[in-house]
Design a protein around this ligand. Sequence first.
Ligand code: NAD
Length: 389
Amino acid sequence: MSPNRRYFLKQTGYATLAAPSGAFSDQKLFAQTSNKGTQPAPENSAPMNDRRIGYCIVGLGRISMGEFMPGVRLSKQSRIVALVSGHRPKAERMATDYGVSPKAIYDYDNYDTIRHNPEIDAVYIALPNGMHAEYTIRAAHAGKHVLCEKPMANSIKECEQMIAACKQANRKLMIAYRCQYEPTNLKAIELLRNGYIGEIIALESSNGFNIHPGEWRLNKKLAGGGPLMDTGIYSLQATRYLTGEEPKEVQAYSSVIDHDGRFNEVEETVVWSMRFPSGVLANCATTYGSSFIGSKVRVIGSKGELKLDPAFGYQELHLSGQAQGKSPLDIAFDNPAPRQFTTEADYFSGCILENKEPKTNGDEGLRDERIMTAIYQSCGSGKPIRLSA
Ligand code: NAD
């Protein structure tokens, strides 16, 4: 067997999110030593049930129309039953395309009347970040479960209000951290927990893109911040789920190099370091100023290294690794877009149907918000910020 061979692992529903059991057995990947992380690799099984959860899509933009709705179309557990948009002709086109009744098209003013539509079990919030809290809280008051896009909100206070509103209404709240349901990232977690690279020593991660002027992402009120809130959050998430630890200290710097008007309200670039309780160190970078940063993670271990490159895209993610005494790894799952969104929607539908708490619940979104707040504090003060456990 070629040590450099690439594994193409076919995803056919939930059961194949982990590699087929025999796929790596000849490579002795799973050493007995466990890593420093205490959190077990998360389960990704979504319960199957005959009933489909009805979603109301809130905000018809790129992520909802380009990925989430096509993802739900492939689902056996979820369906689209209502739309919320400020643009009626666009909503009518999408309603025709997805078989949604024109009576189930709402706007931002009459949004609260979704409470009277029993077909709607849950809302999917795909609005600018600064609107997540309001539309989550209004959905909870209307008695609907909430799947909210990342970042959860613009502030710790908003996150706490969202959690409280959903708790009070006895509705579930999940943050759409799709990478925590994605097979390549899950495989990396599994390999790390099983000690493939020995003890984790350090991680590096980067994510970003070159932003066009005029985007709401450059408006502080709508975005909450710059690339940290939008793309850096993927690197932050990865350091947490790959180590299974929570950082105890951050030190960060931000800068604006392109004085072309795009970055009058938010930062262009943030780099930050984190210390974890076990001693693991992480270095991350995120920018809106370059298309060449890529979405990458490198995990350095005492006996090897793992790389995810690309790590966070919608498809064609790639995991590679090498470790002492083990064959090199080269793994790419056959999981074309928009399947990550099918998996994510169906996972949340399963949680609703089986009354299970989502693994990326509001508390998980709040944890990131606290760390990002500390990162911004460190950018402002130039000092490291300690995080409470
Ligand atoms: P977008 O600009 O394409 O869509 C935003 C939608 O909100 C549009 O339909 C727009 O009309 C509507 N809207 C309502 N009020 C608005 C206002 N005041 N200003 C601007 N738009 C307004 O944005 P997007 O890229 O789809 O991002 C939406 C959310 O999804 C963000 O929170 C973003 O972080 C998140 N997102 C997640 C992923 C992922 O992979 N999970 C990817 C991209 C975006």
